[in-house]
Design a protein around this ligand. Sequence first.
Ligand code: AMP
Length: 287
Amino acid sequence: MEVIKQVNIIREKMQALRCSGKRIGFVATMGALHEGHLQLLRASAKENDITVCSIFVNPTQFNNPEDYKLYPRTSEQDIALLKTVNCDYLFEPDASEIYTQQTLLQFSFGALEAVMEGEHRPGHFNGVATIVSKLFHYITPHRAYFGQKDLQQVAVVRQLVQALSFDLELICFPTVREQNGLAMSSRNKRLTEEQRQVATNLYKVLQLAAGKLRENSVQSIKQEVAAFLQDTGQIKLEYFEVAHPDTLQPVQNVQEVKEVKEVALCIAAHVGEVRLIDNMLVNLNDA
Ligand code: AMP
């Protein structure tokens, strides 16, 4: 695996590969790699000639400076893991390489960014769209792999690809969980053993809510979710939403979305100082 830190070098390499007819698969990450990332990389290695992973803790998508400072950085371990999944190139730039001057560029994703992560993390999706656009330009992938763990991010990137005519296929993989249900996340590395246990309640409460969709109103499910997490004494709920699976707009009444047959249950909460998100797609025929 080749590690590249400069934009002009990754551009040259990718241009040459594309010209020689190679298919390029790409996985964008912020590092501290885990099985959630590795499944994307394995799929890319299987479905393309060349696999590129980027590791870049992107400052412009953090609305909380402390979160940026404390984000786990485990470069050596990551490189060892990447070698196990047949990754061909790691693009691991410094921030000064990516942001050579302050950018004033503003994206708008309309209603999609007015809810959940967009609402609670001002500027987050602007930062995401900026870095994803830059990476797509440098790497020119044929296929880009993302995780359902960041469901709203996938919807934003889908809108971005469509709006800016990026010539690539976007592929989304399901959330990989620990055996106890906790969604794998780089931020889990900041949790104590006890907090990791407490955090499994996020998945439990999603399951609980999924089981009540058919019989109960969204309003009463929201109240139950809040009460369940309050009872843990250690989880501060930021939001829980029942949302349309594509537009991510809130659903007040599950009957409204019967024709799409699915809703997304989305949650964000703090366990200690660490902010975690999770979601679950629920088929209304099963609920
Ligand atoms: P991150 O490094 O957290 O920015 O994530 C990089 C990519 O991996 C994103 O597309 C995430 O959605 C995806 N990802 C992160 N955690 C998981 C997980 N537990 N399961 C599936 N995909 C994930």
